[in-house]
Design a protein around this ligand. Structure first.
Ligand SMILES: Cc1cc2nc3c(=O)[nH]c(=O)nc-3n(C[C@H](O)[C@H](O)[C@H](O)COP(=O)(O)O)c2cc1C
Length: 375
């Protein structure tokens, strides 16, 4: 608990961009991307559910929202009920979300993803447990780094050749252009949680023998190409982010030394401005640890590895206590916190956290309509 009414968590944060002043957030709370599986027509277009869900988070005081995993092409969506960024109708629906969130004072990022062998999944709603969605329920043949199944319950993928990988790189660039048209302030490239880029980075899943597999340099290649293509298509005045699984939690897999090396290169030479630290998610690997702030140490290690750069480092995982988040920022472990499930339980997490940390009433980031809620 702070005693001086000054909270670091509720101080503004500027995420740098290659040109211009960068993007200033009203505070250091970032909504973590969370699939809603709420696209009803399997067309990748956001619905009223998305508007009310993200609208509540913006009204609840987040500095920035990260909109859930959004497929850069139809085959790259995590499930048939996921958002896309490859049609005009999708862009129009994204624009509506962004403009409402902006009106509430929140900045908005979109997480661009190709799910590789974990695409075409059953949406993890109610009684469903992952694995491939049957073709008759809207599923499709997936593509990946190899012709293997990525995990139990997922169909084997069609192995991408060089031309296929180049098309995906182009799809990321096209999606970035459309994200700009929709008004997004930042992009987060999804390189975590067992999706295509993570599949390509990890030696546990990338067994290719061409220039996209084998050595670290080769396994980094696809992610570097995606980052370069997105950076070229995305305004230099806007920040570009990436989410990374900092470790696979498995001997012989990715670890913090490897991923920190990759992030240093992407920040210093490829225009990444924001690194969001997560872990795990290669589906057949052991469950990652959980509990309060379970990635805090990885976030701090990544921050240290990037200390001589102007990159913003955020960390996700089990952050629900305002006091813990405040301490993580005051002690400079990271620059911002990403909040996932705590925000689903309570979309007003930031406003309530600000009140609890003693932020003066006039600085509590609640919508004016809710001022009389007596924070
Ligand atoms: C329902 C749900 C959907 C999720 N979807 C995504 C996603 O689209 N992209 C992603 O990177 N992580 C996704 N995650 C992971 C969260 O962003 C977050 O990293 C994880 O829940 C740990 O943070 P927390 O303890 O604050 O919830 C999802 C998590 C949940 C619970």
């Amino acid at each position: 608990m702070t005693t001086d009414n000054h909270s670091t968590l509720f101080s503004p944060l500027t995420i740098a961009a290659p040109d211009g002043p960068g993007l200033t957030l009203r505070n250091r709370t970032i909504l973590s991307p969370m699939c809603q599986y709420a696209v009803t027509k399997h067309d990748g277009v956001a619905t009223d559910w998305h508007l009310q869900h993200y609208g509540a988070m913006a009204a609840g005081g987040f500095g920035m929202l990260t909109i859930e995993s959004t497929g850069v092409n139809p085959v790259g969506r995590i499930s048939p009920n996921d958002l896309g960024m490859y049609s005009d109708e999708q862009v129009d629906a994204h624009r509506r979300l962004v403009s409402f969130a902006h009106a509430q004072g929140a900045a908005v990022a979109v997480q661009l993803n190709h799910a590789g062998g974990r695409a075409s999944g059953n949406p993890w709603l109610a009684d469903s447990h992952g694995g491939s969605a049957p073709i008759e329920d809207g599923g499709w043949q997936t593509v990946g780094m190899t012709d293997q199944s990525i995990a139990k319950g997922y169909r084997p993928t069609t192995k991408l050749d060089k031309a296929g990988l180049a098309e995906i790189v182009q799809d990321f660039a096209d999606a970035a252009r459309q994200a700009d048209e929709a008004g997004y302030d930042a992009i987060q490239i999804h390189a975590a949680h067992g999706y295509l880029l993570h599949q390509s980075l990890s030696p546990l899943t990338n067994t290719r023998t061409d220039e996209y597999g084998g050595s670290e340099e080769n396994r980094f290649r696809l992610t570097r190409e995606v980052v370069d293509a997105v950076r070229a298509a995305w305004p230099a005045t806007k920040p570009l982010g990436i989410r990374i699984s900092a470790t696979d939690w498995v001997e012989g897999g990715l670890d913090i030394d490897v991923t920190a090396r990759l992030m240093r290169d992407l920040v210093r030479h490829h225009g990444i401005n924001w690194v969001d630290v997560s872990s795990g998610g290669l589906v057949n690997t052991p469950l990652q640890p959980s509990g309060p702030g379970f990635h805090a140490i990885l976030g701090a290690q990544m921050k240290r590895a990037l200390a001589d750069t102007d990159a913003t480092v955020s960390v996700v995982g089990g952050i629900s206590s305002p006091e813990q988040a405040e301490t993580m920022l005051r002690t400079k472990q990271v620059d911002a916190v990403s909040i996932g499930r705590a925000a689903m339980r309570n979309p007003h997490w930031p406003a309530i956290a600000a009140a609890r940390l003693g932020v003066p009433r006039e600085n509590i980031p609640a919508a004016p309509q809710y001022w009389r809620a007596e924070w």
